[in-house]
Design a protein. Structure first.
Length: 416
């Protein structure tokens, strides 16, 4: 089997994902995605006519984010028309999956140069939701309207699931807030020390002016007292009547009878709503040598894992175990762990279940502090892990994240 090498990884800063308020929210998603594709081309003197494929991730494939965003963004970036592209959706996990599929294409020997990545404009998602609400249309819910699926695997809301998991696992509000505070503190340190500078590229407006060249979401002024004062976000939502007396809470209780819980998650210990894009250049050893490219990393193994879709967020632990087994590695051999902070309980449970050294997990903060542009986050985290391995001299990094539907992709990379 051929090796799949990571040549480079780039990303945009993450802008606040609110229509009209975030620094990227006025831009077309293709323009934001084209930013990282252009950066890969220019940083690596890439002949885009030799790019075999571009595998892109976008979760909300509607309107401006529809119509194969990967292909349209490549054309917007000035790529040769020979560089084909496709766009996929694995909810939050798509940004890892795009890299995994790119690696598989290269490792199989069928392709030599593949770009993977993703884009999500959460501000555009909010605009679409507002349009649906104005038109009297229901919000998009996973599995909604599929009575047969609902009878087997009742669906709920991610935040409500996070609270339910915290209750079942005995993870307190205080523990979730403590993890959130560390996320903010580590993100501040990383920004102050320029740890994101290698991979982060500015986004420009159409007139050439800078739209965003820094992380827009972090709240370095966050304190434990401030977090403790925030009201839970999902208690009322848990009891929201979806029709015929059905609520998100009741959906979960159909599978987990008698489960009661208090809300532990709020805006301060849940992932931030942001806009952003990321891209990773993956090639074979032969392509890299022929084109004078120096690999930064090697893809060691990847895995996909499903879990209970009713609780939705519990697949990262079995995914990590599965990919470690494929790689023949132990938890002690991983120097950098990136577990997406979709909600604090996801990362907290991950650390507890795998008995990890907290100093190795989300070393430079996570999505609570920096934000979670759904389809792009996985690719961002892979670049973040690679940068940290290079900074610290570590060897292996493992990246995983929960995804709606009860899934988790995972990947292990090695620094070269």
């Amino acid at each position: 089997m051929s090796e799949a090498y990571i040549i480079d990884a780039v990303r945009t800063p993450r802008g606040i994902g609110k229509p009209g308020k975030g620094a990227l929210s006025h831009l077309h998603p293709q323009q934001v995605a084209a930013t990282v594709l252009k950066a890969l081309k220019e940083r690596n003197n890439l002949d885009t006519s030799t790019v075999d494929d571009i595998i892109w991730s976008t979760s909300t494939q509607e309107g401006k984010q529809g119509g194969d965003l990967g292909r349209m963004s490549a054309l917007a970036a000035g790529y040769d028309i020979n560089a084909s592209a496709t766009t996929l959706d694995r909810f939050c996990g798509g940004g890892i999956t795009s890299v995994n599929l790119a690696a598989a294409s290269v490792m199989s020997g069928m392709e030599d140069c593949v770009i993977a990545g993703g884009t999500e404009m959460m501000s555009y998602q909010q605009a679409l939701a507002a349009e649906r609400s104005k038109a009297g249309q229901p919000a998009r819910l996973m599995g909604a309207g599929n009575a047969a699926l609902d009878a087997i695997h009742p669906q709920s809301h991610q935040g409500v699931c996070g609270d339910a998991i915290a209750t079942r696992e005995g993870i307190s509000r205080e523990a979730c807030d403590a993890l959130a505070l560390v996320s903010q503190q580590r993100a501040k340190r990383a920004i102050d020390e320029g740890r994101f500078a290698k991979s982060m590229v500015p986004v420009y407006n159409e007139d050439g002016s800078v739209a965003l060249n820094r992380e827009e979401f972090p709240r370095p002024e966050t304190t434990a007292e401030g977090l403790a004062a925030l009201k839970p976000s999902f208690e009322q939502l848990a009891d929201f009547d979806l029709g015929n007396g059905v609520t998100f809470k009741k959906q979960i209780q159909r599978r987990y009878a008698g489960l009661e819980w208090k809300g532990v998650h709020h805006a301060g210990n849940s992932s931030g709503v942001v806009d952003g894009a990321a891209a990773v250049l993956i090639t074979s050893k032969e392509y890299a040598a022929k084109n004078g490219l120096k690999p930064r990393g090697r893809i060691v193994a990847y895995a996909n894992q499903g879990d209970d879709p009713t609780l939705m967020l519990n697949a990262p632990v079995p995914a990590a175990k599965k990919v470690l087994a494929k790689a023949g590695l132990t938890t002690d051999e991983i120097d950098v762990w990136e577990i997406n902070e979709a909600f604090a309980v996801v990362a907290e449970k991950f650390i507890r279940d795998l008995e990890l050294d907290r100093e190795k997990v989300n070393i430079n903060g996570g999505s609570i502090a920096l934000g979670h542009p759904i389809g792009a986050t996985g690719s961002i985290l892979i670049g973040t892990a690679l940068d940290e391995l290079e900074r610290s001299g570590g060897r292996y990094g493992l990246v995983t994240m929960c995804a709606a539907g009860g899934m988790a992709p995972a990947i292990i990379i090695e620094r070269i």
